[in-house]
Design a binder for this molecule. Structure first.
Ligand SMILES: *[C@@H]1O[C@H](CO)[C@@H](O)[C@H](O)[C@H]1NC(C)=O
Length: 235
């Protein structure tokens, strides 16, 4: 009986080991991550080289969606101190972008959100001023005071496709993203409007993230999310 128990235990352990998704380091230039399914078991984790000690941050990414869920989540960075240390999502009812810093959020109005179209987004925040700003397809929002004026600190768990409501998980069906996400870059400073403008103009060479760099990305994919060539999925 004891022998059987340990045999079963061994099988369970191996099963777990096999289903553990693998970390990959790749250049995803010209590629997208496809999120095809409206379930909470599809997500991508991005693994930075170091833990954070950042006085400011800029997150830039492009997405293409049909918005099937209510509040699709574009980017979610959780730390042990704050489950929503930096997150970006679209609010379906109010038609606004929601940006959260250190668990405090605000909404940004009048910025583009079209379905079946690439949309470029950058969001900046800096602990000195406590000011946040968003940029969508070349349009700048106003600046808003957001969150406590603290550094981003600790070991982050960064996810795409789902927003974390707790450190390393707590995904909710209302914030599942479906569609394509590409060119995710995280910078440890506030980019200048000139640098952001360059990022939004897809054809020019732009500044790559010094904290998360799409062109040299360590990531884990789980569920039915997958990497595909951008030119093979959209025009
Ligand atoms: C992380 O480390 C790798 C390997 O040393 C390096 O090639 C890469 O540029 C680093 N990434 C960032 C964002 O600094």
């Amino acid at each position: 009986m004891k022998k059987l128990a340990s045999y079963v235990f061994f099988i369970v352990l191996c099963g777990l080991a096999l289903s553990q998704p693998k970390k990959d380091r790749k250049c995803l230039r010209g590629k997208v991550i496809t999120f095809p399914k409206l379930t909470t078991d599809n997500w991508v984790k991005l693994h930075p080289n170091e833990s954070m000690d950042l006085s400011a941050a800029t997150v830039c990414l492009r997405f293409y969606t049909e918005r099937i869920s209510l509040d699709p989540c574009l980017f979610s960075l959780a730390t042990p101190s704050y489950a929503e240390d930096f997150s970006l999502r679209w609010l379906g009812y109010s038609k606004q972008y929601k940006m959260t810093v250190h668990n405090v959020w605000d909404q940004f109005d009048g910025l583009t959100f079209n379905i079946n179209e690439w949309i470029s987004v950058c969001a900046t925040w800096d602990a000195n001023s406590g000011l946040a700003q968003m940029f969508v397809n070349g349009v700048a929002s106003i600046k808003k005071e957001l969150g406590p004026k603290e550094f981003f600190k600790g070991n982050p768990v960064i996810t795409l496709g789902q927003c974390q409501t707790q450190y390393d998980g707590g995904f909710q069906s209302q914030s599942i993203f479906t569609g394509f996400i590409a060119d995710v870059h995280v910078h440890g400073q506030v980019l200048t409007t000139r640098q952001i403008e360059t990022y939004m103009d897809v054809k020019t060479k732009y500044k790559l993230g010094d904290y998360i760099n799409w062109h040299n990305l360590m990531y884990t994919i789980d569920g039915s999310a997958r990497v595909e060539e951008k030119h093979q999925v959209t025009f």
